[in-house]
Design a protein around this ligand. Structure first.
Ligand code: SF4
Length: 491
């Protein structure tokens, strides 16, 4: 049976990005700017995309399956129909809820206080429990993703009556959430008290405020990064400009920023958690060279997410840097049979070896991470076929041994290479490399600027800062879906 095998991921390393969100208030080109920004955030999710916009009274929403350029392709008039001065957008990889059109975001709902559209990045670990509770009281859900529960919480009459209804609702959520709420007259941007996923505030050259998962979204629309939305903070964009309030008092929760954002998910050009991603990656490459030196002729990255670390490794070691792989940016989603041969072929399609760079050389290959190991093995095979004399694998994060409950889709425990193999020597043999070295957790944490206990590193250490023991992480149910009041692409 044919299966859906996605080869559009950034490094094909078997981990999937979560989602990207963007919002802008009061700009005549708000929808066009949202469209451009979603392009910049495309690396965070390629399964679906959507934009919701408001004219001050009514919200209109359009979502569809596939990449931004496909969902909003020219000639369909979608952006024209959405054209309003305030908008939020979303690109999605499904971490909770299946991959189908009804789970695409923004999620548009209507309750006693009017319309609201929600765009969420993260994973609500208590969503299944809340959903069970609300269904028991007769609530009807129209999607299988965790974001919808937020709207049901907002609609609860006792919540609506609170002095700060949104802050009250957010206090019911557990897990990771950077989330945008579009009301007809404003945008509210909120981040969970641990600040697990990034969210930042920017301003365009014409003085309009915007918010985004990563600052790279601002670069494409001539906006500047101002600051991060703080953990536990709600930032409001409305006719009065920007205002802020906290639903959890600052300083009462030790942050747990996902350090995998620095390792892999975020774009090199972004500033997240207050510092440039590229700089952290270069430092991790330097640290890797200190921890795992080796005699070699060249250092090559697995592009794109391994490139900054490889530069750091080369700088520290004095071994010349070169581009041994060229990445094709034009390979989209492909449907292949699940055989290893086909996977290897897909790796070659995505990453081509530059034979003249590696032939006859002792090569150090720097990658951001190794997950299952199967795609890494494919890359190593390609280097051998191209005539590399020795291959030394260096990995810019520690061995991944634990699942993520906060919005990143890793394979199961059993599928993770670091769990399958007893020790480093077994991993080395499996990958068929001459040597292997992973950066230590201490070493990685020392490359980022915040105190070490301000980061989440559970996928390496197993230390989950938000307890997950009683929570079922993923919805398994497929539910009858129905179209209500939002326009969806159903091709
Ligand atoms: Fe990030 Fe890993 Fe923590 Fe998940 S478990 S939030 S991927 S550091």
């Amino acid at each position: 049976m044919a299966c859906d095998f996605d080869i559009s991921g950034v490094s094909m390393a078997d981990k999937k990005e979560e989602c990207g969100i963007f919002g802008i208030y009061g700009d005549p080109d708000a929808v066009q700017k949202t469209y451009f920004s979603l392009h910049s955030l495309q690396h965070r999710g390629q399964e679906s995309a959507g934009i919701a916009s408001s004219n001050g009274e009514l919200i209109h929403c359009f979502t569809g399956m596939g990449q931004v350029s496909r969902v909003f392709r020219a000639g369909r008039g979608v952006l024209e129909r959405l054209n309003n001065p305030t908008a939020i957008g979303h690109v999605r990889y499904s971490t909770t809820g299946s991959s189908n059109p009804t789970n695409a975001q923004p999620f548009l709902g209507e309750f006693s206080q009017g319309q609201v559209a929600v765009a969420h990045n993260g994973n609500l670990i208590n969503a299944p429990l809340l959903r069970d509770e609300y269904e028991a009281y007769g609530h009807i859900f129209k999607t299988s993703n965790d974001t919808e529960i937020i709207v049901h919480l907002m609609a609860k009459p006792t919540h609506v009556m609170k002095p700060d209804p949104l802050g009250h609702v957010l206090n019911h959520l557990q897990g990771a959430y950077s989330v945008l709420f579009l009301f007809p007259d404003r945008i509210e941007a909120a981040r969970d008290p641990y600040g697990i996923r990034p969210l930042c505030l920017g301003r365009t050259s014409n003085g309009v405020y915007c918010v985004a998962s990563e600052s790279c979204a601002f670069d494409s629309i001539d906006a500047e990064y101002i600051r991060d939305v703080e953990p536990g903070e709600i930032v409001t964009l409305d006719k009065n400009g920007v205002s802020s309030r906290f639903f959890v008092a600052p300083g009462t929760v030790t942050p747990a920023h996902c350090i995998f954002e620095h390792v892999y998910f975020s774009k090199q050009s972004s500033v997240i958690f207050g510092e440039p991603v590229h700089d952290v990656r270069v430092r991790s490459g330097r640290q890797l060279a200190i921890e795992h030196p080796v005699d070699a002729d060249i250092v090559i990255p697995v592009p794109d997410s391994g490139t900054s670390a490889a530069i750091g490794y080369a700088n520290q070691s004095g071994v010349p840097f070169d581009m041994g792989f060229v990445r094709s940016h034009y390979v989209g989603r492909t449907f292949l049979s699940p055989s290893q041969d086909m996977r290897d072929m897909a790796v070659k399609l995505k990453l081509t070896v530059v034979k003249s760079v590696v032939e006859g050389k002792r090569v150090i290959v720097v990658d951001d991470s190794v997950v299952r190991g199967t795609t890494t093995k494919g890359k190593i095979n390609s280097l051998r076929e191209a005539g590399a004399k020795e291959i030394h694998m260096r990995v810019a994060c520690p061995p991944i041994k634990h699942p993520c409950f906060y919005g990143v889709d890793f394979p199961t425990h059993e599928e993770l290479l670091a769990n399958q193999k007893e020790n480093m020597e077994e991993i080395r043999k499996f990958l068929r490399v001459d040597s292997i070295g992973y950066i230590s957790l201490e070493g990685l944490l020392s490359c980022a600027s915040l105190p070490k206990d301000h980061y989440c590193h559970a996928c390496w250490s197993g230390q989950y800062k938000i307890p997950v023991s009683k929570v079922v992480n993923k919805f398994s149910m497929e539910r009858h879906q129905m179209q209500l009041f939002d326009e969806r692409e159903m091709e």
